[in-house]
Design a protein around this ligand. Structure first.
Ligand code: ZN
Length: 264
């Protein structure tokens, strides 16, 4: 009798444990998100569609100070604006990758490589200028007229769309990105508009994705330096670049949608 009652207790216990396990499983599956809602990278949730990643290149760093004016160093300004841009882009759901996030020396080749190992990204290099004339002032955005073997950005998302010619490869995309960023920069900062210009800077010429280099002001100009030492002004610069990138994303998405609608 004794052993039978022990057996019954054991069976009851097992049944209870089974029930508990089932209940736990049910709760567990309810709590887990559906597979398609799982973010690829929890730190940086990526939006779908073209250009889900922005490579942010803070110019100079480490041994390379860049332009310098009294205690104001270009390498510190570029890193500050890069960090601000990183926060703004992440907040709007766009993943970012910094070519440097501390005061360290990074070669130009490593900066370009950081972009070239990625797909569907754009590259934004941040710099400040130094002019021979102290009167030189304002903001400008550069792109390379000739870039390393372009990655057809739209084609990678819409396989049936091919660039009309080589001219509409990366450099055409880079020019569009430069124009949108420049427009936002001038609107937000009210700085003198130095426009967009083609220039074979190493970092933009050797990136296979749309790539631009922003010159956010002159350390050789008194007014520019005064503005650049202000946090709110550096935030405006970052916000303008972020806005330009966002507008470029919209442009590429719309172009893709139009091309898709035009298919038989
Ligand atoms: Zn520079």
């Amino acid at each position: 009798m004794l052993s039978r009652s022990r057996n019954a207790k054991l069976q009851n216990g097992l049944a209870l444990a089974g029930l508990l396990l089932m209940a736990l499983c049910l709760v567990w599956t309810q709590l887990l998100p559906a597979p398609d809602r799982v973010a690829r990278d929890e730190d940086a949730p990526r939006l779908s569609g073209p250009i889900a990643l922005v490579i942010i290149d803070a110019g100079h760093g480490g041994n390379d100070t860049g332009a310098i004016r009294d205690h104001v160093r270009e390498k510190d300004l570029t890193l500050d604006v890069a960090r601000r841009l990183e926060r703004l882009l992440k907040a709007s759901g766009i993943a970012t990758k910094m070519t440097r996030s501390t005061d360290e020396t990074v070669s130009l080749a490593a900066r370009a490589a950081a972009a070239n190992e990625e797909r569907d990204c754009v590259f934004v290099s941040i710099h400040f200028d130094e002019g021979k004339r102290t009167a030189a002032s304002g903001v400008g955005t550069f792109y390379a007229a000739r870039q390393a073997a372009p990655v057809p950005l739209v084609a990678s998302w819409f396989p049936f769309v091919q660039p009309a010619s080589d001219k509409q490869g990366s450099s055409f995309e880079s020019q569009s990105l430069a124009e949108l960023i420049q427009e936002s920069l001038v609107m937000k900062t009210q700085a003198i508009n130095r426009g967009t210009r083609a220039e074979q800077f190493y970092v933009v010429a050797n990136v296979r994705h749309p790539a631009v280099l922003v010159e956010g002001g002159f350390l050789s100009n008194n007014d520019d330096v005064m503005k650049l030492t202000r946090e709110d002004y550096r935030q405006q610069l970052a916000a303008a670049i972020s806005e330009g990138v966002t507008r470029y994303r919209v442009l590429v998405s719309e172009r893709g949608a139009t091309a898709s609608a035009g298919q038989p």
